[in-house]
Design a protein around this ligand. Structure first.
Ligand code: CU
Length: 326
């Protein structure tokens, strides 16, 4: 299985991908064949039957039964074949295997969160074992989104007040892009994530480690750093001082930020907590209000750890300098 795909399609990284692609190439082939046939015939006829004298009579041709039966019958047969082929693939995609592992997906503007059977959760990153069918039970907390993994040939709308499902099986470990395929507002283009396919044993390890609390021997800063990655903060916040979608975390703690609509705020523990739980309460000037709320995704001790991590990215020096400026 190649990892770059072909000229037309991304790599085939799920068990249904090759069937979807065969259907696509089948229809594409038929379309090319008839395109050439129709345009070719039209060109030949234009040249061959060009009107050569200004005064000659126009020949009277009404119909040709054999031709008409052929050009009706052949397309009907082709369309039926396409239907049967398409319906077969549709059935494969829509009937979830019985032994599928179920993971809850919640979509919200503009983030994906996943909850695993053991209660662990992750944001923007779906972690699954290879070689096992996965069923996603999906819903949205706000508008319609669409869960799309091009490498898996899987796409399904995610709606508020209703569940939809999708299933896939990725045979090999690897990483694949998740996109939102339904325009859902300002942060739509940021609503991406990835599927991380792990071997069965790595997956078990990952599940264990993400279910445990930070008490298990790692410092709050380290735990905060792991949350920064696993909960998707990194996709909008850098730690190197360069702002991306949101402000950088480097030197953020202890600084004073200008707010949208006037006023300013000092970045302290409560401000960070509020930013995580109610991001729209205070919006930093010059940044779009696209940060999703992490209410229900992050527990109190997670937030504590993130605060500790963000603090560790400011040197005490910078902090006091900022303080003096005020
Ligand atoms: Cu969306």
């Amino acid at each position: 299985m190649d990892s770059i795909g072909t000229l037309l399609l991304p790599p085939q990284s799920s068990t249904v991908a090759s069937q979807v692609d065969s259907l696509f190439y089948f229809i594409l082939g038929i379309s090319i064949f008839f395109f050439v046939l129709v345009i070719g015939a039209a060109t030949i006829f234009v040249l061959k039957y060009k009107r050569r004298q200004a005064t000659g009579p126009t020949p009277q041709i009404d119909h040709n039964t054999t031709l008409e039966i052929l050009w009706t019958g052949i397309p009907i047969i082709i369309v039926i074949i396409i239907f049967i082929f398409g319906f077969k693939v549709y059935l494969v995609q829509s009937i979830t295997p019985k032994d599928a592992l179920e993971i809850r997906l919640t979509a919200q503007r503009w983030m994906w969160t996943f909850t695993y059977p053991n209660g662990a959760n992750s944001a923007s990153e779906l972690v699954v074992p290879a070689g096992k069918p996965i069923r996603l039970l999906m819903s949205s907390t706000d508008v319609i989104h669409s869960f799309f993994v091009p490498d898996f040939r899987v796409k399904q709308d995610v709606l508020p007040n209703r569940y939809t499902t999708v299933w896939f099986e990725a045979p090999d470990p690897g990483e694949h892009l998740i996109e939102c395929a339904e325009y859902c507002g300002r942060g739509h283009s940021q609503m991406s994530g990835k599927v991380r396919v792990l071997s069965e044993s790595d997956y078990a390890k990952w599940l264990d480690s993400s279910a445990v609390s930070p008490a298990a021997g790692i410092s709050p800063e380290k735990y905060g750093e792991s949350l920064y990655r696993s909960k998707g903060c990194f996709s909008c916040h850098s730690t190197d001082g360069i702002p991306s979608v949101g402000p950088t975390f480097k030197g953020a703690y202890g600084s004073t930020v200008q707010l949208e609509g006037g006023g300013q705020a000092k970045v302290d523990e409560n401000y960070i907590r509020e930013s995580i739980l109610e991001p729209q309460a205070k919006v930093v000037r010059a940044f779009p209000p696209v940060m999703p709320t992490f209410q229900g995704v992050l527990k109190d001790n997670d937030i504590d750890a993130l605060i500790a991590y963000i603090k560790s990215l400011s040197t005490p020096n910078e902090e006091s300098k900022e303080g003096e400026k005020r």
